[in-house]
Design a protein around this ligand. Structure first.
Ligand code: SAH
Ligand code: SF4
Length: 437
């Protein structure tokens, strides 16, 4: 979602403010950071990068007799930290949140007029999507935000505080954006939401759509060759969201369903609102509706009070599901969340050791599942060239596996059949089996 937001920020700066992007930071009049607050590391990285870049740019611009660059910080760190950023990095002049970036042209104009510093990190009541220009650069895979924010308040998570309450975009706005994207070259559409399957949006007749119904509507648009959606919450699952995988050929057999922990005791402490058995029930249904379903998840280790026995249950769950892909993290206490004040913190070295064991297990499953693709023909959406000079292309299968294979650049943006010859830890290799249609 941050990538999507960053692209929309760039669209605005280009269309409404006349800026152009540059690869040379010292030439930039405006340097803007779009930030993530989900874990402490991301926050710390902001301040170290700000300092590094400021030093580099300030000296270079002084030597070239250019005016100082305007430093701006947006995103969830800005939302959570607000004007405090000016204290830690006094050269920053603009701070704005993930729900106010549509006001950027006004903020920049005001800074130019009045000088000084400006912080606009209110959670806006108006919809930013109504104000934004259409996407200017469209790749083969294009994202569309359909839902934002969260009401679940899991004990560890800052999202409800930084992105605000759950909100769904109206159906018609989504259809219009998808139409624009496919007309400008998008082949695959990814519907995005913090809890995308909590989607409850209205169409122009006032009919409320859940995610499954929205997907049915999007799939009817001409030019949408592939569809996927991230990220779903186990407590917001319903049977129709499973059945659409049998009904809609464009829907990729890929489901990202985070569980965080395999232990019911920890799930309860996290306030996730579902059990391990509920979760496994959904996995069974998903695999039953589509035998090729790729399953992905997120995990947190070292949540306060996690015992070795709890952790073992997570490892057993990983073996039971055999994930195609997963993200895993050490628990990071976040200011203002319920878990930040919980007793029984797990020492960092123990968390790190558990994370290493979990990742080893996840990697073994991922490699095994990649190797099981060998000999099969995958429909690969070609995204670009693999590496300069390698003569290879890179793309994605419906299960979101990366595939590298030799082929001409003309195939970029097309779906081509590739016979898989090798399954590696993080990708597949193969050969095209017939010329692209
Ligand atoms: N809404 C999704 C996840 C959104 S946050 C869900 O509920 O599953 C993305 C991921 O960041 C989470 O799945 C979790 O694994 C990780 N995460 C969130 N807060 C974290 C924290 N305090 N420490 C470590 N990882 C965290
Ligand atoms: Fe955060 Fe997801 Fe829980 Fe919402 S449901 S609080 S986004 S982890």
């Amino acid at each position: 979602m941050n990538e999507y937001d960053a692209a929309r920020i760039v669209d605005q700066l280009q269309v409404n403010c006349g800026y152009q992007q540059t690869d040379h930071p010292e030439q930039a009049d405006l340097i803007l950071f779009n930030t993530c607050h989900i874990r402490e590391k991301a926050e710390e990285k902001l301040f170290s990068e700000l300092g590094r870049l400021h030093k580099l740019v300030a000296t270079a611009r002084q030597q070239a007799a250019l005016p100082p660059a305007l430093f701006a910080v947006g995103g969830c760190v800005a939302q959570a930290t607000g004007a405090e950023i000016f204290r830690r990095a006094p050269f920053v002049r603009l701070v704005f949140g993930p729900q106010t970036y549509h006001r950027l042209p006004h903020m920049l104009a005001r800074l130019e007029r009045e000088g000084g510093q400006l912080c606009d990190a209110e959670i806006a009541t108006e919809s930013k999507f109504d104000e934004l220009p259409q996407s200017q650069r469209v790749g083969a895979i294009a994202s569309v935000t359909v839902q934002e924010g969260c009401n679940k308040f899991c004990a560890f998570c800052v999202v409800p505080y930084t992105r605000g309450r759950e909100w769904s975009r109206p159906v018609q706005d989504i259809l219009t954006e998808v139409n624009h994207l496919v007309q400008h070259g998008a082949v695959e559409i990814q519907l995005l939401g913090q809890n995308v399957n909590a989607y409850q949006g209205m169409d122009s007749t006032g009919l409320v759509h859940d995610l499954a119904l929205l997907i049915r509507r999007v799939a009817l648009l001409p030019g949408v060759q592939r569809l996927r959606f991230v990220t779903s919450h186990p407590a917001d699952m319903n049977d129709d969201l499973v059945e659409i995988f049998a009904d809609i050929p464009q829907l990729c057999a890929y489901f990202h369903l985070p569980i965080q922990s395999g232990s019911d005791r920890i799930l309860e402490r996290m306030g996730r609102g579902h059990s391990r058995a509920d979760y496994l029930g959904w996995i069974d249904k998903l695999r039953a509706v589509h035998p090729d379903m790729a399953i992905a998840s997120d995990f947190i280790v070292g949540f306060p009070g996690e015992t070795e026995a709890d952790f073992q249950e997570t490892l057993h769950l990983v073996d039971a599901v055999s994930y195609d892909h997963a993200y895993s993290f050490c628990y990071s206490p976040r200011p203002g969340t319920q878990a930040a004040s919980m007793a029984d913190a797990i020492p960092a070295p123990l968390s790190a050791e558990r994370l290493a064991r979990l990742q080893e297990r996840l990697n073994a499953h991922q490699l095994q599942r990649n190797q099981q693709r060998v000999g099969r023909i995958e429909q690969v959406l070609v995204e670009g060239v693999a590496k300069k000079g390698s003569g290879e292309l890179t793309g994605r299968t419906p299960g979101f596996r990366k595939v590298n294979f030799p082929g001409p650049a003309e195939w970029i943006g097309r779906i081509v059949p590739v016979r898989i010859s090798e399954g590696l830890p993080n990708s597949l290799r193969g050969q095209w089996t017939e010329p692209a249609a």
